[in-house]
Design a protein around this ligand. Structure first.
Ligand code: NAP
Ligand code: ZN
Ligand code: ZN
Length: 348
């Protein structure tokens, strides 16, 4: 076992405190990663606050992990000591079902093993990236291409892939009008990625406060949803809408912005159910769908796409003592656009 410094919360809403956790000894296919940065995803907050049902406490969250390989098992071929590596939301899956075999491990029929708040194949709770090191089977590691620094790479492992996957699946590209709802961690990556794919991108945000940023990130339009007139003026405008909202809104307002046969893909995961009036789907033959992160193959494709297009997240690097404060700011939509923990500050 390898003992490492980490931050854990003891119960829903409890502050983060220093702790040490044990990482398993390396098996033949395992990789030991010295974590440099761990992003703070809103999913960490939903989980730490018990908003998605029972959480395994003490909890060490973190599924946007970027670092350097410091040891490898005897049979590892994907990575070598010194390589830059990442880990996202999963650390295992059954690897045998049709979805795993198709490279869509996130939809494993037996359930993927989450990077934290799950039970690993060794029967122990998994613990995430708010820690100095992690041991992961090479099959669930990613190569971080040269040219993307580790701090801006970390958020790509969740926020990046969660927006990249539906943009690709629903064909974002030249000639497509795409709206990204919510300019937070996921949303700002959605804007960058959709613009890099060649789509015409709008941001739909609560206010115009972040308009300058949205346009700089690649949007050509920016609209405030606090102004009800926005829903009227933009009616039937978009081929694809990606909603990244962490809270519930009137779904019919957003569905009304779709063109004929348009799709609203919800990637946000609010605590309460989404409610959808039937006629908001019937009119315009609209689709409402969801999408969950992305498989390992597609996550690597996304990282390579980001390197090719010079993309990374916009981050605010924080020390481990600032996690609680960062959570408050994320919940208040006061993040530009991802908090990333510098794990060298975890000791102590
Ligand atoms: P985030 O950084 O907090 O961004 C969410 C954005 O939603 C905020 O910046 C804000 O944008 C908007 N928003 C928040 N509260 C709102 C409200 N009451 N009304 C209207 N808009 C509101 O969160 P994130 O890390 O991007 O995650 C977003 C959601 O996706 C979370 O629920 C998270 O759990 C989920 N998620 C899902 C997946 C998946 O696989 N599907 C993966 C990761 C995360 P504006 O300030 O621009 O309005
Ligand atoms: Zn996440
Ligand atoms: Zn499977």
């Amino acid at each position: 076992m390898i003992s490492v410094n980490a931050r854990a919360t003891a119960g829903a809403g409890e502050p983060f405190r220093p702790t040490t956790i044990e990482r398993r000894d390396l098996g033949p296919k395992d990789v030991l990663i010295d974590i440099a940065y761990a992003g703070i995803c809103h999913s960490d907050i939903h989980t730490a606050r018990g908003e998605w049902g029972p959480t395994i406490f003490p909890l060490v969250p973190g599924h946007e992990i970027a670092g350097t390989v410091s040891a490898v098992g005897s049979e590892v071929t994907k990575l070598a000591v010194g390589d830059r590596a990442g880990v996202g939301c999963m650390v295992d899956s059954c690897r045998e079902c049709e979805h795993c075999l198709a490279g869509e491990e996130q939809y494993c029929l037996k359930g993927n093993v989450g990077t934290y708040n799950a039970i690993g194949k060794d029967g122990r709770p998994t613990e995430g990236g708010y820690s100095e090191k992690i041991v992961v089977d090479e099959a669930f590691t990613l190569r971080i291409p040269e040219g993307i620094s580790l701090d801006v790479a970390a958020p790509l492992l969740c926020a990046g892939i969660t927006t990249y996957s539906p943009l690709r699946h629903w064909g974002a590209g030249p000639g497509k009008r795409v709206a990204i709802v919510g300019l937070g961690g996921l949303g700002h990556m959605g804007v960058k990625l959709a613009a890099a794919m060649g789509a015409e991108v709008s941001v739909l945000s609560q206010s115009l406060k972040k308009m300058e940023d949205g346009l700089r990130l690649g949007a050509t339009e920016y609209h405030a949803t606090s102004d009800r007139a926005t829903f009227k003026s933009l009616a039937r405008s978009y081929d694809l809408i990606i909603s990244t909202l962490s809270a519930n809104v009137r779904m019919q307002d957003y569905l009304g912005l779709l063109k004929l046969d348009g799709s609203l893909v919800n990637v946000g995961a609010p605590e309460k159910p989404l409610t959808v009036p039937a006629f908001s789907l019937l009119d315009g033959r609209r689709s409402l769908s969801g999408s969950m992160i992305g498989g390992i193959r597609e996550t690597q494709e996304m990282l390579d796409f980001c390197a090719e297009h010079g993309l990374g997240a916009e981050v605010e690097v924080i020390g481990a003592d600032q996690i609680d404060e960062a959570y408050e700011r994320v919940v208040a939509s006061d993040v530009r656009y991802r908090f990333v923990i510098d794990t060298s500050t975890l000791a102590g």
